[in-house]
Ligand binder design. Structure first.
Ligand code: MG
Length: 381
């Protein structure tokens, strides 16, 4: 089912302590606001409007770089005003479901979204809710009342609505009153709001210590992915080969459409494999004259960029070069340094190994050489 989403990130988040406004603080190396936008896009939102303070609209480009399908708009003086600014900015028609989500809850997933969209069936709104496990006391310093928790729930976000009905409910909301969530606006207008199962992972980051807990959870939600790449090029006329990003004098050259650096090509394919983004030929077709004689650095850098856009971090690379000659040993550390620079890694995370095939096969006959690479990447799960 298609849906739109509004991520509200216009607040100051003063309770979270001094420093940047909450939505811009880093969690797992990414701005807090990015977590929700990325998750909603991954859950197949066809439009995400991000509402931020008016002086932060430009800063969103950086915080959300590499993501597609979102737009930033300036919010208002209150949360309700910000939500309404977001609603007005949506381009979809009034029957489409819209999810309203607070950027302070970074761990939203597709499962939450599906639950809410299902809950919206036959209702005007749907909210994730959790039971209240603690005994509730009223009082300031001294208890004046123990409040029955029977029938009480804690409401979280995202909250789902039919766009037209939410807009109408906001129009009816009394001026000067501030709703604590969007469901209460629909409730006041007589709408039916369904409670669906909430999730402790939809926790709201409010206090400084919440960030410490979230940082632990963020770490646990990242996984290591491995990619493998293979490439071979034929020897031909020349007096040097490009291999592992450096030029090595040799009595032959390597033949290829680009600079024929089989080492960097194998690494590029390994990285593309780790992030499941196709292969080098798909991104840089040999039929495209732009890549004739091209330095292969840019292929690998492109794969690094794609990795970063997915919130990934390259962890390590292991390259094996298979040839009788040229001898790799004397050039190994220069290759490692060059590859480390391209991948943004320390040199001790880059390995270059070499082997021969004992005179066997095309590498043994010195018709060409081959490269194999493994790259590990840490990615959001
Ligand atoms: Mg190649």
């Amino acid at each position: 089912m298609t849906f739109s989403a509004i991520v509200v990130a216009a607040g100051q988040g003063l309770r979270a302590g001094p420093g940047e406004p909450k939505a811009w603080r880093l969690l797992g190396g990414r701005a807090l606001v990015r977590w929700s936008v990325e998750a909603l896009l991954q859950a197949a939102a066809d439009e995400v409007v991000v509402v931020v303070a008016s002086d932060r609209v430009d800063a969103l480009d950086e915080a959300l770089s590499g993501l597609r399908g979102w737009r930033g708009v300036a919010g208002g003086a209150t949360r309700a005003a910000s939500v309404q600014a977001g609603l007005i900015a949506l381009t979809r028609d009034g029957d489409q479901p819209v999810l309203i989500h607070d950027a302070a809850r970074p761990f939203v997933t597709r499962i939450h979204v599906e639950r809410l969209l299902a809950g919206l069936n036959g209702a005007d709104g749907a909210v994730p809710a959790l039971p209240v496990p603690d005994t509730l006391k009223r009082g300031d310093g001294v208890v004046t009342e123990t409040v029955s928790r029977a029938g009480l729930s804690r409401a979280q976000t995202p909250q789902a609505f039919h766009l037209g009905r939410l807009l109408a409910a906001y129009r009816d909301w009394p001026v000067g009153e501030e709703p604590t969530d969007d469901a209460s606006v629909v409730e006041r207008a007589g709408g039916r709001v369904a409670l669906v199962a909430g999730d402790p992972m939809l926790m709201k980051l409010t206090w400084p210590e919440d960030f410490a807990i979230a940082e632990q959870l963020a770490g646990a939600r990242r996984i290591t992915r491995t990619g493998f790449g293979v490439d071979a090029h034929r020897f031909g006329p020349g007096d040097a080969v490009m291999l592992g990003g450096i030029s090595i004098p040799h009595e032959q050259g390597l033949v290829g459409h680009s600079d024929a650096d089989a080492g960097l090509h194998a690494l590029t394919d390994a990285l593309l494999g780790a992030i499941a983004e196709g292969d080098i030929g798909e991104h840089f077709p040999p039929s495209d004259p732009r890549w004739r004689g091209a330095a292969s650095d840019q292929f690998l850098l492109h794969a690094v960029k794609l990795t970063q856009a997915k919130g990934g971090v390259v962890l390590s690379a292991d390259l094996t070069l298979i040839c009788e000659r040229p001898k790799i040993g004397p050039h190994r550390d220069a290759m490692r340094a060059r590859i480390a620079a391209l991948l943004g890694l320390a040199i001790d995370r880059v390995s270059v190994k070499a082997t021969t095939t004992e005179g066997l096969g095309f590498t043994g006959r010195e018709e060409g050489l081959m490269a194999q690479a493994v790259v590990c990447v840490e990615m959001p799960s």
